[in-house]
Design a protein around this ligand. Structure first.
Ligand code: 13P
Ligand code: SF4
Length: 297
C-alpha cells in the first residue's frame, strides 16, 4: 500500500500535508508533517499541482484559500473540528456590531466563512504575537475560549473577548487538575497545548503548539507529561527515542483518526474529495490568513 501511495504521489505531482495528530502510518507518508501554522506556510510555498491534506476540514480549507488555482483534496470528506463549529458567521457579526472598535482575531480552527469576517487569523503557535501586533485595545477572539484566556494572560494590557464565551476543544478541555496531580507524582515537566483549561495552564511548565512541543523537546532530557492529543506523544517518542513521554490515553481527536492508508490511496487515485469554496469567501479569508503569515510565529 505504501509503495502504491508513493508512486501515485510522484505520478500526480502531489504534495501530502499531514497534521501532527494524524495516525503515525499517515505521518510516515507525509511530505510535510506539522502544526497548523507549519501546514499553512508549506501550503503557501508549494508548487505542487495537487495538495492532499491529511487533517481536518479547516486545514484543507486553509490550503485551498492559499492555493485557489490548485486542486486541494481531503481523503475523508467529513473529518471536521468540533471546536470550529462553535463559531458561526452570525455569532461573529453580532459581536462585531456590539464592539465596533474591536479587532477580530479568528483561530484557524474555524470555517472559511468565519475567517472571511476576520481582520486576521492566528494559530496556537502565534496567537500571542498576532494579538500584540494589533493597535486595538479590544480584541474579539474566537472560537476557543481557553486560547482566548491564555492570550489574555500573556497580553494583560488588552481586553480579549471570547466569541462565543463557551467555545472549546473537547480533547483539550478533558485535561483537569487531577491529571496535573497525577503528572506531578510521575515527575518531570508538564507540557500543555494552549487549548487546555486556564487552571491547568496555570500549572504548566511549558505551553506550546504541537510544533512548538516537538521543537522544545530537543532542549531537555526530562520526562514530559504531554497535555495534548495522544498521537503527538507517538511522534515525540519517534523523534526522541529513549526519552520518557507520558500521554493521556483518552485524549483522542476522533476526526483526526478517520483517515486510513486505503483512504489516502483512493484519494490520490481519484483526486477526491475536492475542497470547493466560493471565490469571494476565499478572497476575504486569504487577506486574514496572509496577514497572519506576515506576523510569523
Ligand atoms: P496546532 O496548531 O498546535 O497543531 O493545533 C491544532 C489543533 O487542532 C489543536 O487541537
Ligand atoms: Fe479540533 Fe480539538 Fe481535534 Fe484539534 S484536537 S482538530 S481543536 S477537535
Amino acid at each position: 500500500m505504501e509503495t502504491e501511495i508513493r508512486a501515485l504521489k510522484s505520478a500526480k505531482n502531489a504534495v501530502v500535508l499531514v497534521h501532527n495528530y494524524q495516525p503515525v502510518a499517515i505521518q510516515a507518508l507525509g511530505d510535510v508533517v506539522g502544526d497548523s501554522l507549519e501546514l499553512a506556510v508549506k501550503a503557501k510555498e508549494t508548487r505542487a499541482e495537487l495538495l492532499v491534506v491529511c487533517g481536518v476540514r479547516f486545514m484543507a480549507e486553509t490550503a485551498k484559500i492559499l492555493n485557489p488555482e490548485r486542486k486541494v483534496i481531503m481523503p475523508i470528506k467529513d473529518a471536521g473540528c468540533p471546536l470550529a463549529d462553535f463559531l458561526t458567521p452570525d455569532l461573529l457579526l453580532e459581536a462585531k456590531e456590539r464592539y465596533p472598535d474591536a479587532a477580530v482575531v479568528v483561530y484557524v480552527n474555524s470555517t472559511a466563512e468565519v475567517k472571511a469576517l476576520a481582520d486576521i487569523t492566528c494559530t496556537s503557535a502565534n496567537a500571542v504575537s498576532v494579538v500584540r501586533s494589533l493597535p486595538n485595545d479590544t480584541i474579539l477572539f474566537g472560537p476557543d475560549a481557553n486560547l482566548a484566556a491564555y492570550v489574555q494572560r500573556e497580553v494583560p494590557e488588552k481586553t480579549i473577548i471570547p466569541v462565543p464565551p463557551y467555545g472549546h476543544c473537547y480533547v483539550h478541555a478533558g485535561f483537569t487538575l487531577a491529571d496535573v496531580e497525577a503528572a506531578r507524582k510521575k515527575g518531570g515537566m508538564i507540557v500543555c497545548h494552549p487549548e487546555c483549561p486556564p487552571e491547568v495552564l496555570e500549572q504548566a511548565d511549558l505551553i506550546a503548539s504541537t510544533g512548538g512541543m516537538l521543537r522544545n523537546a530537543a532542549g531537555t532530557d526530562e520526562p514530559w507529561s504531554v497535555f495534548t492529543e495522544r498521537e503527538l506523544v507517538a511522534r515525540l517518542r519517534m523523534l526522541y527515542p529513549g526519552r520518557v513521554f507520558y500521554e493521556k490515553p483518552e485524549a483522542v481527536c476522533a476526526d483526526m483518526k478517520k483517515i486510513t492508508l486505503a483512504d489516502l490511496r483512493r484519494a490520490l487515485e481519484h483526486e477526491e474529495h475536492e475542497v470547493v469554496l466560493p471565490l469571494e469567501v476565499m478572497d476575504r479569508a486569504r487577506r486574514a490568513i496572509e496577514r497572519m503569515l506576515a506576523v510569523g510565529r
